[in-house]
Ligand binder design. Structure first.
Ligand code: CDP
Ligand code: CDP
Length: 224
């Protein structure tokens, strides 16, 4: 079967990275988590206490970011130091949309993402994969679920009551981030014109992955 490139875009908690990982494993593809890359830039700016946009851009230009496949998540390294475990904290989640809205930061990240995806056989997930990073991707999915469903998923993922955040608080963060991501000037979160829309509020991860694989098989069959 032809090795296609798969772009999965959508809002926070839609299931993009979980599904992308399943697809990559089953199809023997490489998974690229572009959100983790924006999170790494954000983490580094917080760590260094950099807040001015121009200073964040200057920092991003000089960052040496590399990635590697991991058991649970894609691993991210800055200057050789692994930062993977710092990327999903509430602090980074709250700051990432501001950093990812900076056009120069996006230009740097998109160039790196295209380089990493150049050989094909890749699954990328993010916000602008089908529209900007890989406008010629063979399969484009716009994955969504209701805000409540997405907040409940994140709540569970963070360990329920132990997380110290209520479902309402998580939903509030998710809605804020969705709004910032969809209304920013640079590469906002919008479905590509040729994306297949998939609402998986009522679907398991397994069913979602299966639905996307069916689309990939049809696509590969068409072009075989
Ligand atoms: O997993 P979750 O959906 O919560 O977030 P993520 O995929 O790790 O992305 C974190 C943030 O990075 C998003 O809220 C966007 O602000 C930004 N992002 C982006 O702008 N473009 C991408 N291709 C991926 C992420
Ligand atoms: O990457 P994104 O933010 O779109 O979502 P994710 O991190 O892949 O998924 C958020 C959480 O929802 C994870 O704990 C998934 O296991 C869960 N999930 C689910 O239970 N059922 C689905 N159909 C999709 C995601």
């Amino acid at each position: 079967m032809k090795r296609v490139s798969i772009a999965i875009d959508g809002p926070a908690g839609a299931g993009k990275s979980s599904v992308a990982k399943i697809l990559a494993r089953r199809m023997g593809y490489t998974y690229l988590d572009t959100g983790a890359m924006y999170r790494a830039v954000t983490w580094e700016s917080l760590r260094r206490g950099i807040t001015e946009e121009k200073d964040i851009v200057d920092m991003a230009e000089h960052l040496s970011m590399t990635v590697a496949p991991g058991e649970e998540r894609m691993r991210v390294f800055l200057g050789g130091e692994e930062v993977t475990d710092h990327l999903r904290t509430a602090e980074v989640s709250a700051a990432v949309s501001r950093v990812s809205a900076i056009p120069e930061v996006r230009t740097i990240m998109v160039a790196l993402q295209r380089k990493l995806a150049a050989e094909g056989g890749t699954v990328l997930d993010g916000r602008d994969i089908g529209t900007v990073v890989l406008p010629n991707a063979d399969v484009k999915i716009f994955l969504t679920a209701s805000p409540r469903t997405r907040a409940l998923r994140r709540y569970k993922e963070l360990g329920g009551e132990k997380a110290g955040l209520s479902v309402d608080e998580i939903e509030e963060d998710i809605r804020k981030r969705d709004l910032l991501d969809s209304t920013r000037a640079a590469s906002p979160l919008v479905p590509a014109a040729d994306a297949v829309h998939l609402d998986n509020s009522e679907m398991t991860l397994e069913e979602t992955a299966e639905a996307i694989m069916k689309i990939c098989r049809e696509k590969a069959g068409d072009e075989a």
